[in-house]
Write a protein that binds this ligand. Structure first.
Ligand SMILES: Nc1ncnc2c1ncn2[C@@H]1O[C@H](COP(=O)(O)OP(=O)(O)OP(=O)(O)O)[C@@H](O)[C@H]1O
Ligand SMILES: [Mg+2]
Length: 296
């Protein structure tokens, strides 16, 4: 969930609980919504949507990322694996502005310098992130969660009184179908299964139409069937979105890469750097990779 969206949800809840009369205001954007001062448009003409170049992050001298290089192409679905502590989550923290690297460069397309932007700015230029734990608004219905995500950039006051037009209703309807929650639209999100909450959060991210989606262990805790459906969902997003998927579940990685039939690359991180990159079968047969996994 984006920082702005978290704030919006919290404020809507407050407004409901205290019956705040927000009507009649100018409908202007809430000051809490940090909007961009035109950081530049996304330029993917060179093919890549994300470039990480020699990114190094140290925590008290320990290098969680050590001269990490990674390039993701526009429309690509890239799976990233690696043992615990390899730096996968830290890499996402750098891309989303949560952690500042000591060294290196991070670009979104060829022109947008991510290291110059704040976390909320990075979210609003089209980088969506899914944390491992689902963070949906449990007290709101599934429909309302999606509605809120759709309207989040309008500011809290206007979003509460802004009526959905037909096109927006259609978008929410299509999203409910995509994330397999059509029959649960009116249920409180708190009543969903763990897997359904994960889908709802993915749906909320998608309502904001991110260009790049970062998914950290999206199928952790899901049933086998939910995991398979999630693989189908991600495969259907590929092309229109770029996805970076971090997972330990190798069956899921196999489904996403169709075991290499589509030539999709997998990246293996270890000790903050890329240890290997290639088809799933290639990295699984790579001696260095076998060693770091067995050595765990
Ligand atoms: N804020 C922090 N302060 C100190 N050390 C940190 C911090 N964040 C991460 N680390 C350390 O950096 C290393 C990389 O952590 P990270 O969470 O990125 O690994 P990961 O690849 O996501 O692992 P996992 O598969 O277990 O989620 C670990 O050794 C971790 O303990
Ligand atoms: Mg992690």
């Amino acid at each position: 969930m984006t920082p702005d969206l978290m704030k919006a949800g919290a404020q809507i809840r407050l407004a409901r609980e205290h019956k705040v009369a927000a009507a009649g205001s100018s409908g202007g954007r809430s000051a809490s919504f940090g909007h961009l001062n035109e950081p530049g448009t996304l330029d993917v003409r060179h093919g890549a949507i994300l470039y990480l170049d020699d990114i190094t992050v140290s925590f008290d001298g320990f290098k969680a990322l050590n001269a990490l290089n990674l390039t993701i192409n526009a429309g690509e679905l890239r799976c990233i694996i690696g043992p615990n502590g390899a730096g996968k989550t830290t890499m996402m923290d750098v891309i989303t502005g949560k952690t500042r690297p000591d060294l290196g460069k991070a670009f979104f397309g060829s022109t947008i310098d991510l290291l110059r932007l704040r976390e909320n700015e990075i979210a609003s230029i089209g980088i969506g992130r899914k944390f491992q734990k689902p963070t949906v608004f449990e007290h709101l219905s599934v429909f309302e969660n999606l509605e809120l995500a759709l309207k989040a950039d309008r500011g809290v006051r206007s979003s509460m009184f802004f009526r959905l037009n037909g096109e927006q209703l259609d978008r929410i309807g299509a999203m409910l179908t995509l994330i397999h929650l059509k029959d649960s639209a009116q249920r409180n999100a708190g009543l969903l299964s763990h897997g359904q909450k994960q889908w709802l959060e993915i749906g909320m991210l998608l309502m904001q139409d991110p260009k790049l989606l970062l998914l950290d262990e999206p199928v952790a805790g899901m049933t086998d069937e939910e995991t398979e459906r999630t693989a189908e969902l991600f495969l259907s997003l590929e092309g229109n979105h770029s996805l970076v998927v971090v997972e330990h579940d190798m069956k899921f990685i196999g489904e996403l890469t169709q075991n290499g039939k589509n030539g999709k690359k997998v990246t293996v991180l270890h000790e903050g750097s890329v240890l290997a990159e290639g088809l799933l079968s290639e990295v699984q047969a790579n001696e260095k990779v076998v060693e770091v996994y067995l050595g765990r």
